[in-house]
Design a protein around this ligand. Sequence first.
Ligand code: FES
Length: 552
Amino acid sequence: MIAVRRLRLGAAYVLLLYLTLHFVNHALGLVSLNAMETGRWWFLALWRSAPSTVALYSAVAVHGILALWLLYERRTLRMPAWEAAQYALGLALPPLLVAHVVGTRIAWWRFGAEDPYSRVVFSLWLQVPESGARQTVVVVLAWLHACIGVHYWLRFRPWYRRAAPWLFAVALLLPTFALLGFVTAGREVAARAQAPGWSQAMLRAAHAPDPAESARLVAIRQGFLDAYLIALVGVLAARGARRLLEWRRSVRVTYPSARVVAAPRGFTILEASRFAGIPHASVCGGRGRCSTCRVRVIEGLRDLPPPSETERRVLARVSAAPDVRLACQTRPTRDVTVEPLLAPSVAPAEAFATDVRQGREQELAVLFADLRGFTRLAENKLPYDVVFVLNRYFEAVGTAITSAGGVTNQFTGDGVMALFGIESGPATGSRQALAAARAMVEGVGALSAELAGDLGSPLRLGIGIHTGPAVVGRMGWGESFYLTAVGDTVHVAARLEQATKDYAAELVVSEAVARHANLDLSRFPAHDLTVRNRAGQIAVRVIDRVANLPTG
Ligand code: FES
């Protein structure tokens, strides 16, 4: 599947490059017909060379065949408007473009007929202007098809929002200049055609096809149109036949709020949603690129076919939990209950946001730290000094936390909250939190020594650590969105930090931390703490000096 995706993308790249250079060549008509012809010489030197010919026609074949294959593959034709437009344009372009291709490239290849701009523009502008009008519409449609593809391919890339205005300008200006170039060249050709004998001489020099050759070209064009029609009808017939077969065995997909959709076996979960008109996020249009369609499988996980390589990669990229699958890639063979994880209106920028950013419950270690007696110390200082000391303190503890693998979360007053084990789990998180505590105390000790002259007495820390379940996610508003955790574990960790005052200790950790970190703290005093608004007590160990912690 990854190979198919790459093939498709590679083919699209080649076609986009061809179209872009073709437009640039047309735009040279704004300079003069001669400039267009010079540009064409370079254009043909590139695209009529053997390797480029192979690349171009392979791209056309791959793009066309895969489009038909995807039409067969998708179980429902219900889709967002942009996707429908992309499909419709893609399917309409081959029959619309064939006359131009046969009249230029195929005529050159079969009968040696040259297709300089003077001949092509003469034909489209003067001889058969309705063909010229149709060709104008076709190039606009082809460009639109390409732009929709590029936009929906790139729009969840982080840089895209910044680049979009520039890309939009190029998307608008390039075809505009190309069409203006064509119009200017049309006028120039019309003026030249006034000269007696110019048209005949130009057509002779270009070896324009004679009537017999023209009839042969018409037959070639018709042959292509027939083949295309047969392929299209064949795909639609195959879809119909498959549908009859698949409807005989349907599966039930249950959504939150107990809505049940009966869909034929072979539908993806996303197709089942679309089939039933259930809004379901799908930023990339179901191509397995964006992860926004992902669902938590509540029932029936074991019966699902295993994820493909493509799906596995995308899920790994968002650190998805084991019960999460991509709705657009998963075809249930038995009944399944799912819960879409992202809102249908999810912004493209949220594609690849990890589950953590979206919010999830998980076990992790939470650390709270506070400077002892800092309020009193601050009372005798100038505001400038207070801010200076606090910023140096935050630098010391922040560095200790991030170096140990944690995430600094809140700096409030002289307090700090940090999270450990978001990605690595509670065992590693607990060990990291203890390592961070050690480094924080050392860092603050070094800072106290450095500022000894200003501080009067050394800075002292009180640290509380607890490990347990919490809801982790990006929370906040406006510019102040940050990763944080809420829940009982956070509440308890804050309480343990306060308890350091009661025990006149540097560190109070819950037994859960010692257990997860696999650390023997039995030589430190044990206590049971009550926590306000919480039933039961928390078993803790009181460590008078962090330096005394075993390094285990
Ligand atoms: S819709 Fe983009 S990965 Fe499923």
